[in-house]
Design a binder for this molecule. Structure first.
Ligand code: A3P
Length: 279
């Protein structure tokens, strides 16, 4: 909270900043990699020495809220690519008022929960706290108790603003990108004002970005197998299964019913919906 308060008071957005925003465990690492590869494609046209091969996406696109109060790791080149998990209404005024662009990724709440349960138990391990059982974590999740939660107000905050300011916020869903990554890489590039030329498209630039940022490629890189970006937490924990519908292996019928009802109650009428797929 202290860091977030300082961020709210001090952070000055620039009009050409690009913010990758998300609810945790929605595919942030993937979207950070895609955005970085799109924006910097002229500087690193040779894929062999690309920074994404030796740095984790969270190093290249750092979280703004974790940079305070030290404030020392802001990107020095422009446009600055920054990440955040902060809910929309709590962003610094300068982000909301400036012309900087926000790309927001969300994921169906079932898979998000399972991903978060695994991940935050790893974080708890590093903090020497005992792991939460799935039942304990689920009860909290349904009550909105989770890092940067409640998940429904997080998603709805960005969603509603994207309807009012479609040129400022682009909403992406993990499942949609998985289904048609080519389409969404192009959409993100256009939204960020870095569209691919016809020549780039014919030369396979989009496909090489997709390959570079793919789960299989990233998970296998040394930096993502053994590196550390944030205190104690190994990069490998950002790469688990990357599946859609894996939640069915964990949910009891009563959990499925409960979360379905909460989704219906919280999201109905908003226009935001998720296809709940089974693996
Ligand atoms: P699972 O835990 O379901 O496997 P975040 O990046 O927001 O922390 O989200 C992590 C989730 O995204 C994890 O999901 C992780 O495996 C998946 N993921 C990480 N990198 C990915 C990539 N390059 N492509 C697709 N999914 C990815």
């Amino acid at each position: 909270m202290k860091e977030i308060n300082i961020f709210q008071k001090q952070f000055q957005a620039k009009d050409n900043d690009i913010i990758v925003a998300s609810f945790p465990k929605s595919g942030t690492t993937w979207l950070k990699a895609i955005a970085f590869a799109i924006v910097n494609r002229q500087c690193f046209s040779s894929i062999h020495n690309h920074p994404l091969l030796s740095s984790n996406p969270h190093q290249l696109v750092p979280y703004i809220e974790f940079m305070y109060p030290a404030n020392s790791h802001f990107p020095t080149t422009e446009p600055r690519l920054l990440g955040t998990h902060i809910p929309f209404p709590s962003l610094s005024k300068s982000i909301i008022d400036s012309n900087c662009k926000i790309i927001y990724i969300c994921r169906n709440p079932f898979d998000t929960f399972i991903s978060a349960w695994h991940f935050f138990n790893k974080v708890r391990q590093y903090c020497s706290s005992s792991a939460l059982t799935i039942e304990e974590a689920f009860e909290m999740y349904c009550n909105g108790i989770i890092e940067f939660g409640p998940w429904w107000s997080h998603m709805l905050g960005y969603w509603k603003e994207s309807i009012v300011r479609p040129n400022k916020i682009l909403i992406l869903k993990y499942e949609d990108i998985k289904e048609n990554v080519n389409l969404y890489v192009k959409r993100v590039a256009e939204f960020l004002d870095f569209p691919f030329t016809q020549e780039e498209e014919s030369n396979g630039v989009i496909e090489s970005i997709i390959r570079l940022c793919s789960f299989e490629k990233m998970k296998d890189l040394e930096v993502n197998k053994s590196g550390i970006v944030y205190d104690g937490l190994e990069n490998k924990h950002y790469f688990r299964k990357a599946e859609i519908g894996g939640w069915v292996n964990y949910f009891s019928p009563s959990m499925t019913e409960k979360l379905s009802k909460i989704m219906e109650e919280k999201l109905s009428g908003s226009g935001l919906s998720f296809k709940i797929m089974h693996s």
